[in-house]
Design a protein around this ligand. Structure first.
Ligand code: GLC
Ligand code: GLC
Length: 810
């Protein structure tokens, strides 16, 4: 069952039924100011950090679901309704919510009155603009009252939801010329305030929540709105809100447009006040002035559209299946930009007060946006590397505002260092910007202890070499990619964190996943070292990689698939010998991507085992059989109910590793089949089961052992976005940046006739046409570049600004 449809020309998903199976959201904002908005106008805004600078309040896991947002109410002669259906939930006609690139447009009609709301964050400003269009489609004159509404958050989102004894006394506002200013704590240490304005005279306003709603009412029934009478309340403590009331006359057929601005302003210390207790509003007024006419708003909106046009023009696919093209051209890169901005902080599943930027997550996210914004990737790499320790290990997370490592969670996730090599290698392949390796980068943000970025990579590599276990395989530490495989934890205390507890010291558990990663990304380290003329270092590194591959050969194969790990006692994990959890996905993907078993049949056999034991209708589960009880020596993975999260859920992030592996063995049919099982545009028809947005990936889909297989959770902020884009563009379409140029090596379903891709790469444009007359899955029969035969799948580099035609016959 569907709840809307894709509008690819406008790059929108159009929701036409407001009762979506879960709130379907979008993100507004690109740099500093962000909003999350659902299809019924729920959500909130923040400046840079969703925890420390939360501008408007939102209650997670609320009843009813998704209550609270940027709401509008219309009182039409006593009849009250909302254009986004919520919060009033009066019946409306022709409801639609268009989630587009950085904007959301919601509208509906009631009794011949149409109301359309457009929400967006202008490109380089710290505000959300809301354009409200009212259209009298009826034959009679209308006089209505329009109410805006939002609820302020007292800045620190965590404190705001916990410290009520203080917070109920601190709230402060000012109202001047219809603009509502929120200035809680501005008197002492804060130099920032927020405001909410409208470009028309108001009939009144409210800033105190109880006065606006009535103490026992919900957002669906504000007393003021139903009475059609604002109270002009000024909040003193309790819960400050912002609501304007406008009286609007509409002749038959008449249309009126209004602009509301929710802004965030910082003042220099010396310019905070213009009189005792009166805030300096100069900057706010300038911001309001930038959007005080519909024409100005239209220009800002066009600039945003141009920005997305540029972002999305780097890779454009032309393929007869719109479900594929819309993911490759629109939604997948869009989601990747959101994961760049948010990491894992704020979504409808991440509260914005928990996690910082993950060391491994951010390195992987990079693979999804480096082609669109290499400069941001470069900055991000330096930020991440600056939190690394000088022994090569890393803080697992860092805080976005301070960019410092997060001591609470610490380090010892022994895969982390290698992800830095992956991140940097991916950046170099896309950009050819070798200068980044010479950047001076601190260890643990200590300016007295620095080294080149290249040396940081060397430390990453060494960290693995220096931490090998009894089988000469890497020690896992607290966990590897799988945060829930906690082999040195041994926790029986519900108040301990699985991630940060190590009850058995000197943990000897080993990870085959890190071993395979070491072989895979170690090769990148070698290639990078050679490019820099560090041949001795490269030779020596190759030695270590060979020994690691030998250790995997000797201790990593279980007969039909790759093992997952060795536990604290040296017992196998992910083996036929185990009671449950006999086979895991991660090592099948990572070993084959590292090239292990490609020549001797093990890769094919492992992929057959994946197909037999792990693949199901909705994707590939993480492990099988699911753990049905808690295994002290395995940790959190066995704490989840069967079929969810890391315990045999379809943890989508790792599915692309198998997809890539299938392409390496030439099985384009299966690669694409797996891709389409988890890719949201292919799941649109089962939205009622899938529940999360049909335009973005979710972290997890319930696996075959779950109560309800196919039901997804945790949409938007997941490494799945970057990895799926990477798998489909680099390995299925097979257009893959490498150090010396663009490689073209498609691996597609046999029934495809071909496709074309326009790819910008290092300043030049490649118009690539792939033809598949023989209906093969892989292998180029003939490649021509600008009409001339080309005897390699590595395409040449071209001068900036030039355009070239590449034709591949399979
Ligand atoms: C989450 C984490 C990621 C981890 C994965 C598997 O997505 O953000 O770092 O690799 O779970 O546990
Ligand atoms: C839990 C989750 C896992 C996530 C981790 C991050 O272990 O299961 O997915 O990566 O928390 O803290």
């Amino acid at each position: 069952m569907r709840f809307g449809h894709f509008d690819d020309n406008n790059r929108e998903y159009v929701i036409t039924s407001y009762r979506t199976p879960y709130p379907w959201i979008n993100y507004l904002g690109n740099r500093d100011f962000f909003s999350i908005i659902s299809n019924t106008a729920g959500g909130y805004s923040f400046y840079r950090d969703a925890r420390l600078r939360r501008l408007t309040r939102y209650r997670y896991n609320n009843v009813p679901l998704d209550d609270g947002g940027k709401y509008f109410y219309i009182n039409d002669n006593g009849k009250v309704w909302s254009p986004g259906w919520k919060p009033v939930k009066a019946d409306v006609n022709d409801y639609s919510c268009r989630h587009g690139m950085g904007y959301t447009a919601i509208g509906a009609e009631k009794d011949g009155l149409r109301a359309d709301l457009l929400y967006f964050v202008p490109l380089d400003d710290t505000c959300e603009v809301q354009r409200v269009t009212l259209h009298n489609n009826s034959g009679k004159f209308r006089r209505i009252r329009l109410f805006s509404f939002l609820e302020w958050c007292l800045w620190n989102a965590h404190d705001d939801q916990t410290n009520f004894q203080r917070n109920f006394s601190t709230g402060e506002v000012e109202v001047e010329e219809g603009v509502i200013y929120h200035k809680t704590e501005y008197r002492e240490r804060r130099n920032h305030y927020a405001f909410y304005s409208v470009n028309a005279p108001v009939a009144g306003f409210d800033t105190d929540r109880e006065s606006f709603l009535g103490i026992y009412n919900g957002f669906d029934h504000p007393d003021t709105v139903f009475a059609g009478k604002p109270r002009n309340s000024i909040a003193h403590g309790w819960s400050p809100v912002a609501s304007h009331c406008l009286e609007i006359d509409l002749k038959p057929g008449e249309k009126k447009e209004l602009v509301f601005v929710l802004g965030y302003v910082e003042n220099p210390e010396s310019e905070k006040f213009i009189a005792p207790k009166v805030i300096n509003k100069t900057r706010a007024k300038a911001m309001i002035g930038r959007y005080d006419t519909v024409e100005k708003v239209d220009i800002a909106f066009r600039e945003l559209a141009d920005y997305w046009e540029r972002q999305l023009s780097v890779i454009s696919l032309d393929h007869p299946d719109p479900r594929l093209s819309r993911m490759v051209n629109i939604w997948n890169p869009y989601q990747c930009m959101v994961t760049y901005n948010m990491s894992r902080s704020a979504s409808y599943f991440e509260s914005g007060i928990g996690r910082g930027m993950g060391f491994r997550d951010s390195n992987q996210d990079l693979a999804g946006y480096v082609h669109m914004t290499p400069q941001l990737a470069r900055e991000r790499i330096i930020d991440i590397a600056s939190t690394q320790f000088d022994d090569g290990s890393a803080y697992h997370q860092y805080q976005p505002l301070t960019k410092r490592g997060n001591a609470e969670i610490g380090g010892n996730f022994n895969d982390d260092p290698l992800w830095l090599i992956f991140g940097v290698a991916t950046y170099l392949k896309e950009t050819g910007d070798w200068s980044i390796l010479d950047e001076t980068v601190p260890f643990n943000n200590d300016s007295a202890n620095t080294a080149s970025l290249f040396e940081h990579l060397n430390r990453s590599f060494r960290h693995v070499v220096n931490h090998l276990g009894p089988h000469r395989l890497p020690l896992i530490g607290r966990a590897d990619w799988n945060d829930c495989l906690n082999l040195n934890c041994f926790s029986t205390d519900p108040d301990e964190s699985f991630q940060t507890t190590e009850n058995q010291k000197g943990g000897k558990a080993e990870s085959l996943f890190i071993a395979a990663m070491f072989v895979l990304y170690g090769k990148d380290f070698v290639a990078i070292a050679r490019k820099r003329g560090e041949d001795r270092m490269a030779d020596e590194a190759e030695q270590h990689i060979r020994s690691m591959a030998e250790a995997i050969d000797a201790h990593g194969w279980d007969g039909e698939w790759f093992l997952r790990a060795y536990d604290f006692y040296g017992n196998k994990v992910g083996s036929k010998e185990n009671e449950e959890g006999n086979i895991f996905i991660e090592t099948q993907g990572m070993c084959i991507m590292a090239g292990i078993g490609l020549e001797d049949g093990r890769a094919l056999q492992a992929l057959t085992s994946v197909n037999r034991h792990l693949a199901c209708e909705y994707g590939i589960v993480l492990n099988n059989p699911a753990f049905t009880k808690y295994y002290l020596q395995l940790g959190e993975i066995s704490s989840y109910p069967e079929g969810y999260k890391e315990n045999a859920g379809i943890f989508c992030h790792n599915n692309p590793w198998v997809i890539i592996s299938e392409t390496l063995t030439g099985n384009g049919n299966r690669a694409f089949d797996y891709y389409s099982r988890i890719t949201p545009s292919y799941l649109e028809e089962i939205s009622d089961l899938h529940r999360t947005e049909p335009y973005v990936y979710s972290q997890m889909i319930a696996g075959k052992d779950a109560f309800l297989p196919g039901e997804a959770k945790n949409s938007w902020l997941t490494g799945t976005a970057a990895w799926c884009l990477y798998a489909v563009t680099n390995y299925i379409l097979g257009i893959r940046p490498d150090y010396d140029g663009l490689i073209i090596e498609p691996c597609i379903p046999a029934d495809w006739d071909g496709f074309t891709v326009r790819r910008k790469f290092r300043g030049a444009i490649y118009n690539i046409e792939v033809l598949n007359p023989e209906h093969r899955m892989k292998g180029a029969w003939e490649i021509t570049v600008d009409g001339r035969k080309h005897h390699s799948c590595l395409l040449p580099l071209f001068p900036e600004g030039s355009e070239h035609n590449v034709r591949v016959i399979m």
